[in-house]
Design a binder for this molecule. Structure first.
Ligand code: NAD
Length: 497
């Protein structure tokens, strides 16, 4: 099979030189440095994006601040929701354009760009749109006795927190940006987004749809560049009230500290982990093999909630290894723009090198390579789907996030040992439990340390369910009704009459 034909508007878009999006305009300071955007399937440069200057970052924040106090403050909650519904509609209209740009620049296979980045984002937009008219405080009864027969009334207001800085990783550049911008906008906040320096393109297209949807200028802004300079200037800007960060634990620690020291900015940190999937003795080998592929290998394993540690009953382990090797070995590796590809490239060269060096580390620790364990010859950032058998829970691959197509298996003998091994991690973003015995599952659920726990499934994010990590996987929750707490301030009002 061959690559799909790029749409003419995608070809035109790639030829343009790009920069920032500030107050409803695409702008660039031509003297600024430019970021090179690569096609991970070929290693070729496909576009250039100017890095934001300090003045541009300041202008973006100022635009968001002005809009927060003017146009957006004057927009009714229902109208805010309508804008998001309209954006959802336009996202569907331009589904293929955005999906092609995303696949070209991130390596995500085209089917996944369409389904997860566009279709799922559309659903999230609609979900958040519905909240705009339902965010409110409550009326309270004053509890203390009154003096001199005075009367009191009291209520709370849920007020938007202000300008949000949204820092986005490279693995889902549209979807994670939508999570943040839709949550911010529905609550009445405005936002400045900083995409990853590896995947800056798709959001620059998305903002044109936001403008067409009628969202006032300044409500959504984008600054591009690296984290250290552009990210830091953005999150420490005095007019930014909240930082919503998604990325690695290492960067999250830096960002959290910076936000804390920058006037105690409200901060949510959605970080990585080393998620576990536990298969109980009653499930079939076929379920285990399919479960490992579902939980660990979607988007080449570059999903924060994907599983990387797999716990298998010892007596099933030999057969699971044999069948997993066959299943992973037969997956079709290829260009992200080929409709038949099942495994695309890793998103960037750095990620490929990181994954390969962790595989080497596993080999040096005496772990058995069940299948894969190497790069794919030729251009692009491809790594073969890899399964590894660990010797001990202390091995590097049972502890460090690879964020690649690598699943590490280990056997266990009993369920107490299983729970202990599953919880033996400084992280806790997600986990999954696979069993036909639901009463056993219900008993095990409270014992598992994870922000999201799936039973007989993995990596399914629903907008109605709060999402976030326990332990070092983060602070705060997105989605559900839980997000409201993180994008609003609660004001208590008491009146004497
Ligand atoms: P990263 O931490 O390297 O970068 C994330 C973003 O932070 C980028 O935009 C980067 O430019 C910016 N950044 C880097 N240093 C910064 C600094 N000092 N100040 C401000 N911003 C800075 O992460 P990544 O490699 O892009 O993404 C992969 C990681 O993200 C994985 O660890 C994955 O688990 C995690 N992730 C978590 C979630 C979640 O919802 N919990 C979702 C997706 C990805």
């Amino acid at each position: 099979m061959t690559d799909i034909t790029l749409l003419p508007s995608v070809v035109d878009f790639l030829k343009q030189s790009h920069g920032q999006y500030i107050n409803g305009q695409h702008v660039k300071t031509s003297s600024s440095k430019s970021l090179e955007v690569f096609n991970p399937a070929t290693g070729e440069i496909i576009a250039h994006v100017h890095k934001a200057t300090d003045a541009e970052i300041d202008a973006a924040v100022q635009a968001a601040h002005t809009a927060f106090h003017s146009t957006w403050a004057d927009t009714s909650p229902m109208q805010r929701g309508d804008y998001l519904y309209k954006l959802a509609e336009l996202l569907q209209r331009d589904r293929e354009i955005l999906a092609q740009i995303e696949s070209l620049s991130s390596g995500k296979i085209i089917q996944l760009s369409r389904f997860l980045e566009i279709d799922q984002s559309t659903q999230f937009l609609k979900y958040f749109a519905g909240w705009s008219s339902k965010i409110s405080g409550e009326t309270l009864n004053v509890s203390l006795p009154s003096f001199n027969k005075e009367k009191y009334s009291a209520f709370t207001l849920r007020e938007p927190v202000g300008v949000v800085a949204g820092i986005i990783p490279w693995n889902f550049s549209i979807m994670i940006a939508i999570w943040k911008l839709a949550a911010a906008l529905t609550c009445g906040c405005t936002i400045v987004l900083k995409p990853s320096e590896y995947t800056p393109l798709t959001l620059l297209k998305l903002v044109d749809l936001a403008k067409e949807a009628g969202i006032p200028d300044g409500v959504i802004n984008i600054v591009n560049g690296d984290g250290k300079e552009v990210g830091t200037r953005l999150i420490t800007h005095k007019l930014v009230s909240k930082v919503s960060f998604t990325g690695s634990v290492a960067t999250g620690l830096i960002v959290g500290e910076q936000a804390m020291h920058s006037n105690l900015k409200r901060t949510t940190l959605e970080l990585g982990g080393k998620n576990g999937a536990a298969f109980l003795t009653d499930v079939s080998v076929e379920t285990i093999v399919n479960g490992i592929i579902e939980a660990g290998f979607l988007n080449q394993g570059q999903i924060c909630a994907a599983a990387e540690r797999f716990y298998i009953p010892n007596d099933l382990l030999p057969e699971v290894m044999d069948k997993l090797a066959v299943a992973l070995g037969s997956m079709k590796i290829g260009s992200s723009l080929d409709e038949t590809t099942q495994v695309g490239p890793l998103a960037n060269k750095m990620q490929k090198e990181k994954v390969l060096s962790l595989i080497e580390k596993a080999k040096s620790e005496g772990n058995k390579i069940i299948c894969g364990g190497h790069a794919i010859e030729g251009a692009g950032y491809f790594v073969a789907p890899t399964a590894i058998l660990a010797n001990s829970t202390q091995d590097t691959l049972m502890k460090e996030e690879t964020f690649g197509p690598v699943g590490t298996l280990i056997g266990y003998d009993n369920e107490n040992e299983l729970i202990n091994m599953l919880n033996d991690s400084p992280y806790g973003l997600s986990a999954s439990l696979w069993t036909n015995d639901l009463s056993k599952a219900y008993r095990m659920i409270p014992k598992i340390e994870a922000g999201t726990l799936w039973v007989n499934m993995h990596t399914f994010l629903d907008p109605a369910l709060p999402f976030g990590g326990v332990k070092a996987s983060g602070i705060g929750r997105e989605f559900g009704s839980a997000f409201i707490e993180y994008y609003t301030e609660l004001k208590s009002v008491m009146i004497r009459y």
